[in-house]
Design a protein. Sequence first.
Length: 324
Amino acid sequence: MKKIRLAGLALVAPLCLLCACTTQTPLSFSANWYSDTALNENISDTYEHLEYKVEFKEAEEKDFSVAYDPGTYTTTLKSELATLPDGTSETVYVYSTELKISGRYTFNGETSDTFEDSVTSEVMFRNVKKGLAPVSSTKTVKTTSPVQNADSLEESFKEYRYTYDVSYNVELTEAKITFTDLNAETPEPAETTVAIAEGGTYLDNEQILFALRGLDLSTQKTFRSINPVVNNVQTVSIYSPSSTTVSLSGAEIDGVTDDYEIAAYAVNLGYQTSFPGGTQVAYYAQTVATNNTYRNVLLYLEVPVMQSLGTLRYTLVKAQFAEK
């Protein structure tokens, strides 16, 4: 399978090696996206919709740069009765996302026409008692990415269009990956099978940012996921947690528009590899004991752009939480 580039909210950069390899223990999830966090298997009639504004902070001025216009990112969580790979039926979560953003590249004072990028994804996974085990995922990407060591504006960036589909067996010991290059004259799916070793927790790449809502983020955590860049299972670390407050100005939460001050945990997130690189920084609302008002929602996210060209910043602007 050819090497691909990630876009949007995938883990876009590897993390330097944090620790030696150790046996992982399964993570314990709570259904913190509900007001009643004790809900485990009773997930029917779930519906949640979140909207984020996406803003760009550019890096220090250089000969080659990118400028993004304000973009949008939306997520939707729902439940549905699905047939699992072994033929049994189960009510599962379906989590979909959409990123839309436009921008321009500048090379030695010359600026490109505006490009429009988009990333859509949908992942199906089981309830917290089943460890949020993924069933399948699909992602469609149109991304205009920088090219290293270019000699002209035309050579400094390239458009990629592809789909990346993953399906799992019920035992979660195997993933079947199908990659399709949509830029090819005759797109032909390329298939790969990846083994998933037992032990610890495994999450699909497209569910990671959601799944973190179900964890106690006051301490470091590790789990495993397929890194699409190398097409192999790697360990992901949630590290350097800190307690903080996030301010949301003019946000709409369950129909109420206000300025919100929300207690949160800030965590760093990235793959454990021996190759250093940037990481994402995510801010999640802390659990509210009696009535989990803010549903441990992702409030704010910083994602580094390739080649250290800047940072994309996602801020929650509207939330319609599940009514349960």
